[in-house]
Design a protein around this ligand. Structure first.
Ligand code: SAH
Ligand code: SF4
Length: 352
């Protein structure tokens, strides 16, 4: 694809007229249905631990937040959740946690991947969202059965990145991780937060161009939502849920228009801003939903932002509720499929 015009992307992201925004969503949705179909794929997400060695200024489970009750799910609990997802016909699961780079953690993940692969007959797909790791660790997890990795760049602008993180969090290291993941053969996803402090529309336009230049297979992005126990609690005194949602939906739509064949998640943070936020994300071009399958007893301790929805809804209720919501907008759910992006298949055929 040709490099798109930044001026045009900026213009689309700056739309304020409701009719023009609706037309943008419609265009994106048409592109989504003609390339991917009227189908949504599920990735059951298990929030395996909120222990984090990092201190990102925006995040509710950052290391220095002493108000969080830290937990680490047991190996058996994680395996049970994954196998439950498999029985439900979810094609794949996501394991997400705070960042730990020690060997104990790396071994722990490896052994879970191996066991679930064996017990699901290799059918259940795995996405990992476990932060920055060494290339060796990524390789081990890949060999143990993970095939997708989600690592948001958070912002593609190095100066803005520095304002969002302590000095020892390194933009270049994150970029190197994305490169390593792709080199190993993962379907690689990245994303940004939308509406961050100090972020301008032109940063977001650059983010879209970054996704295209990185040739990503999937995007997981969502609105920034302040968390009360972080340094960014009060950094946006004018934070308005409706405006944050509108901007996030415009980003999804623009990404779908420019990258027709990738997977784009309609993230839970959208629902934190509006009860039907995730359906809106689908109608703006998203095609992936990540139902939370974490045991309810852990959910409230995994709050990256304030107002996380479904804290007291168990995994079966989540499934039923989502099924209803998705059929209400005329889409079907692709059960028992990995739901790889057509883009990844195309990229692979170019490599081999
Ligand atoms: N530790 C891993 C994965 C868990 S965090 C990592 O950082 O990659 C997953 C994502 O949550 C982050 O990439 C970030 O984009 C998002 N997040 C954190 N705090 C947030 C907030 N206040 N609002 C919205 N998203 C947030
Ligand atoms: Fe840790 Fe990820 Fe939160 Fe940063 S965003 S503090 S790495 S969980």
């Amino acid at each position: 694809m040709n490099r798109p015009d930044k001026t045009e992307i900026t213009r689309l992201l700056s739309l304020t007229d409701k009719a023009e925004i609706a037309a943008l969503h419609r265009r994106a949705y048409e592109i989504k249905t003609s390339t991917i179909g009227k189908v949504v794929h599920f990735r059951g997400i298990v929030e395996i631990s909120n222990i984090c060695t990092k201190n990102c200024f925006y995040c509710g489970i950052r290391r220095d937040n002493a108000n969080v009750q830290r937990y680490q799910m047991q190996r058996d609990e994680i395996i049970t959740a994954c196998l439950w997802a498999h029985e439900q016909g979810y094609g794949s699961v996501v394991l997400q946690s705070g960042e730990r780079q020690d060997d104990t953690f790396s071994d722990f993940i490896t052994s879970i991947l191996q066991e679930v692969r064996q017990r699901s007959g290799g059918e259940l797909g795995f996405t990992l969202s476990l932060g920055e790791q060494s290339p060796e660790t990524y390789q081990r997890w890949f060999e143990a059965g993970a095939h997708r990795y989600l690592l948001r760049i958070e912002t593609s602008n190095p100066d803005l990145y520095r304002k969002l993180h302590p000095a020892d969090h390194d933009y270049q290291a994150r970029l190197d991780c994305l490169k390593a993941l792709k080199g190993i053969g993962y379907q690689t996803g990245t994303g940004v937060m939308i509406g961050l402090p100090h972020q301008e529309i032109s940063h977001l336009a650059d983010d879209v161009i970054f996704f295209i230049d990185q040739d990503v297979d999937m995007i997981g992005m969502g609105p920034f939502i302040p968390h009360q126990d972080t340094p960014f609690a009060d950094v946006l005194p004018d934070f308005k849920e409706e405006a944050a949602l509108e901007l996030a939906l415009k980003m999804i739509a623009v990404c779908r228009i420019l990258m027709p064949d990738i997977n784009i998640a309609s993230t839970t943070a959208l629902q934190a801003l509006n009860p039907t936020g995730r359906e809106m994300g689908l109608l703006a071009g998203g095609n992936i939903i990540m139902p939370n399958i974490t045991d309810v007893k852990y959910r409230s301790a995994y709050q990256l932002y304030d107002g996380k929805p479904c804290l007291d809804e168990n995994a079966s209720l989540c499934r039923n509720c989502l099924e209803r919501r998705i059929s209400a907008i005329g889409e079907t759910i692709g059960y028992r499929q990995w739901g790889d992006s057509p883009h990844f298949a195309g990229r692979r055929s170019k490599i081999h």
